[in-house]
Design a protein around this ligand. Structure first.
Ligand code: PLP
Length: 224
């Protein structure tokens, strides 16, 4: 068995049944992704539109592709024909572009609202008020080809576990609050995307049900 296959199987075996793994394959070659696929993994995440569009035709077409990086509106068209979920929605403008491109492809694209929960100014994302404003807007109400399926966030890159747990708990309470205010009768609004190689256990303990793990599966990246 390859290292990647072993890592996929070992990690999957430890996950609670309601937690889904997005295998983050950014910068990794398609043969390693194929190894993970052969070990049973079907859900993969990439953070560059062009890289994802290049890899897509080289890999099995039952892969569920998640886009996890910052997404520029002019790049949406490259991934709209096939992407399953976009984790990084941080404006109505971006969401409207995803909707437009989904419509052109006669599809519905799942979208997560990305929240700024970290103590770092460099990480993208909304706050709760901005999300509520977006969800209450007429522009949002008109979108027919996207579905908001949950929330996403990244904790601060720190060894301080208490801080990371506190940030993940904030995202969980943002999810709960939006669930009550806007999605009470919408079963699809169910994903809390948080947790990476270094912090996914803390994330799961805080309520994550969608973890995005790269280096723990595929090894360290040379380029970031
Ligand atoms: C790269 C990346 C991950 C995975 O990070 P690892 O530390 O390699 O597990 C998760 N989420 C996002 C948004 C990323 O860009």
């Amino acid at each position: 068995m390859t290292d990647v296959a072993k890592n996929i199987q070992a990690l999957s075996a430890t996950l609670p049944p309601d937690v889904k793994l997005v295998a983050v394959s950014k910068t990794k070659p398609v043969d390693l992704i194929q190894q993970a696929y052969d070990a049973g993994q079907r859900c993969f995440g990439e953070n560059k539109a062009q890289e994802l569009a290049d890899k897509f035709p080289q890999l099995p077409n039952d892969i569920e592709w998640h886009f996890i990086g910052h997404l520029q509106t002019n790049k949406v068209k490259y991934i709209a024909p096939f992407v399953h979920t976009v984790h990084s929605i941080d404006s109505l403008k971006l969401l409207s572009e995803v909707n437009k491109r989904a419509q052109q492809n006669e599809r519905t694209i799942h979208c997560l609202l990305q929240f700024h929960i970290a103590d770092e100014s460099t990480k993208f994302g909304l706050n709760l008020e901005e999300a509520q404003e977006l969800l209450a807007s007429a522009g949002f109400a008109a979108l027919q080809n996207i579905r908001i399926t949950g929330v996403m966030g990244m904790a601060t890159f720190t060894d301080n576990q208490a801080q990371v747990t506190q940030e993940f708990s904030r995202l969980k309470s943002i999810f709960d609050s939006l669930k009550t205010s806007h999605f009470a009768s919408d079963e699809a609004f169910s994903n809390i995307s948080m947790g990476m190689s270094g912090d996914y256990e803390l994330a799961i303990a805080a309520g994550s049900n969608l973890i995005r793990v790269g280096s723990a599966l595929f090894g360290a990246r040379n380029i970031t």
